[in-house]
Design a protein around this ligand. Structure first.
Ligand code: AQP
Length: 327
């Protein structure tokens, strides 16, 4: 099975990205052919500073390698090193209806937060479909927020196949147990790089991690008898970072009405520090070897570009353009 997934270098990678996607990537690289992408074309929808974007691409590579992506087992490349993504996106944009794009909730959420709503934000799902279909990937490990985009990627693939002949598999999603980690300062919203104070970053110090957990909103006026979103979020995080015994212990306390949020937060903070400090140390080691990181990215880009060009020649031929990559 071929797997594709990506992450935007729009800021430091956080525990939502880790729990919702990256943890899964690390597991899947042992079982499947995996292609992982640092999506800097997508990032241009929100980052307008060349130096910053370049730095964040490198930082994302460090984070991903430190989390356990192994260049011996998977390909990790930077999207703009394979410009074929944009060509396929154009072709797919002619298979995508405005009606489908109008339904996208992420566009609605993100455009509410922007003063200047660029067209790239609107057509984002087309580029995402191109990312996946360029490699004819069958499985896409993502967090819940990306399910709608994946659903339209299948619609675009189906449309292309119907009009031009069978070409693309319809990619399926693979969720982790922690499908949606919520903002620590506003548990009704998704934890996001672009929402200040909502995250814990993989690079945060032990003190910051503990402080952020301590400050996490718990009671948000939920009706009595139901778990408030903030507490549900803490339990969600406990399932990612703590042992099943710890989770069972606090669930029992919650059910008996004896749970003290301070106790739960203390244990969660300690368990998170234990796990994230290992990633942080590995990251510091990698940061000493920038040439090695660059070499991993460029070798992966060379390998995946061959696949991309093969697909694109097939697509070009079907839509009526001359193949140019293999000649
Ligand atoms: N809060 C989350 N919970 C679970 N999974 C999440 N993902 C993102 N946030 C959460 C998953 O992480 C992968 C990479 O996401 P991305 O960075 O490419 O895009 P995003 O979903 O837009 O992430 P952010 O943090 O919200 O970035 P900004 O603020 O720049 O838009 C995806 O698989 C995603 O599902």
């Amino acid at each position: 099975m071929r797997i594709f997934s990506g992450i935007q270098p729009t800021g430091a990678i956080h525990i939502g990205n880790y729990a919702g996607a990256i943890q899964n990537w690390v597991r899947l690289q042992d079982e499947h052919e995996c292609i992982f992408c640092i999506c800097d074309y997508h990032a241009l929808t929100t980052v307008n500073d060349g130096e910053r974007l370049r730095r964040q691409v490198y930082e994302a590579a460090l984070d991903l390698l430190a989390c356990g992506l192994d260049p011996e087992k998977c390909r990790l490349f930077v999207q703009s090193q394979v410009p074929e993504h944009t060509e396929l996106a154009w072709i797919l944009s002619c298979c995508a209806s405005i009606g489908e794009l109008n339904r996208m909730t992420q566009f609605k959420e993100k455009s509410e937060r922007s003063e200047f709503i660029n067209a790239g934000l609107f057509t984002y799902p087309i580029l995402m479909a191109a990312d996946i279909l360029l490699y004819k990937a069958e499985l896409v490990p993502v967090g819940e927020d990306q399910l709608q985009h994946l659903e339209v990627a299948r619609v675009f693939a189906r449309h292309f196949n119907k009009v031009f002949g069978q070409t693309f598999p319809e990619p399926q999603s693979r969720l982790t147990a922690a499908t949606r980690v919520m903002a620590l300062n506003d548990p009704l919203k998704k934890m996001s790089k672009s929402i200040a104070g909502s995250t814990i970053m993989l690079t945060d110090s032990d003190d910051v991690i503990r402080r952020q957990i301590k400050r996490a909103v718990t009671d948000t006026g939920a009706q009595s008898g139901t778990m408030s979103p903030g507490v549900a979020n803490l339990f969600n995080l406990l399932k990612i970072f703590s042992s099943p015994e710890t989770v069972a212990h606090f669930e029992e306390q919650y059910n008996s009405g004896a749970l003290r949020y301070g106790d739960l937060k203390k244990v969660l903070g300690d368990d998170m520090v234990a796990k994230l400090s290992v990633i942080r140390e590995r990251r510091q080691e990698l940061a000493q070897k920038p040439e090695m990181v660059e070499a991993i990215l460029s070798s992966s880009a060379k390998q995946v570009r061959k696949m991309a060009r093969q697909t694109l020649d097939e697509v070009r031929d079907k839509v009526g353009y001359s193949p140019i990559y293999s000649i």
